[in-house]
Write a protein that binds this ligand. Structure first.
Ligand code: URA
Length: 275
């Protein structure tokens, strides 16, 4: 590949939202749990032809990222040490065990009212959320706010309907808005569990597949999971009713499904009124 081709490829990556160099050799993130991304991994095979020095890519520094098991252990330790939502948010912001953090501008933990009766759990920050540092502030977030308002709820403390908190399953934007990997979800899960414990909500709403699979691994896809109540067990005893719904980003692409989402919203409204 000559320099012009290499530059065109980089421009194409950038336009696709892939703006983070993770390593100088490709990493198969689907294999991450089996082949942890570490300094001591085997070296790539030598190129067939030596690259002249001026053509050679600059080496990308590789962080000594822990394996998934180590990262989950570190996340658990950090989550266990938090006694408040603010403390947990600080622990997440200080956590260095998730490689997504290196490519993110901000750590995105929550928005809305602490210990609110309604807790919404989304997927991962997108471009706007990464820029601003709050979940669900892009187009999908605006639709989510309208959906909440339609059943009399809001995340805004300045609003008389304010009774909602919003968080995510993963706290850093995946490059190019790809779906978070199993390893990334597993690493963030101890924090999410602790977020639920500290929030003690009356009802949890999971938007889309990623949050549904994070809390209920093996659950059917969102088309079959949505609209049916599940129970989330709390460490302090008791359970919280959980409703998976279509992700608002999906509803923006498939407006015909809003009919089903509306039926789910009515169930959520009734359950909140009853508790
Ligand atoms: N989608 C999500 O699931 N979470 C966000 O914060 C933004 C978009």
């Amino acid at each position: 590949m000559n320099e012009a081709q290499a530059r065109a490829l980089l421009d194409w990556y950038k336009a696709s939202g892939i703006d983070t160099a993770e390593a100088s050799t490709p990493t198969d993130f689907t294999e991450w749990p089996k082949t942890p991304f570490r300094l001591d991994r085997p070296k790539a095979a030598a190129p067939a032809r030596p690259i002249p020095e001026k053509e050679a890519p600059k080496p990308v520094p590789i962080a000594d990222t822990p394996s998934t098991d180590e990262a989950v252990g570190l996340a658990q330790e950090a989550a266990d040490g938090a006694n408040s939502i603010e403390g947990l948010a600080a622990a997440i912001a200080a956590f260095e065990g998730c490689p997504l953090k290196a490519g993110a501008r901000n750590t995105v933990v929550y928005d809305g009212i602490i210990k609110a009766p309604l807790l919404i759990i989304g997927e991962a920050p997108g471009r706007e959320e990464d820029r601003i540092g709050k979940p669900f502030v892009g187009r999908a977030g605006q639709l989510l706010d309208r959906m909440l308002a339609s059943i009399g709820h809001s995340r805004s403390s300045g609003d008389e309907l304010g009774d909602t908190c919003i968080t995510n399953s993963v706290y850093w934007r995946p490059p190019g808005n790809r779906a978070p990997t199993e390893a990334e979800k597993a690493t963030c899960l101890p924090f999410l569990r602790k977020f639920i414990e500290l929030s003690a909500p009356k009802v949890i709403v999971l938007t889309g597949n990623v949050s549904t699979q994070s809390l209920f691994p093996g659950a059917p896809g969102i088309t079959r999971s949505r609209g049916t109540w599940r129970e989330w067990p709390l460490a302090q005893g008791g359970t919280v009713p959980v409703m998976p719904i279509f992700h608002p980003a999906y509803l923006l692409r498939s407006p015909a499904q809003k009919r089903l989402a509306w039926a789910d919203l009515l169930q959520i409204r009734d359950r909140l009124c009853a508790t």
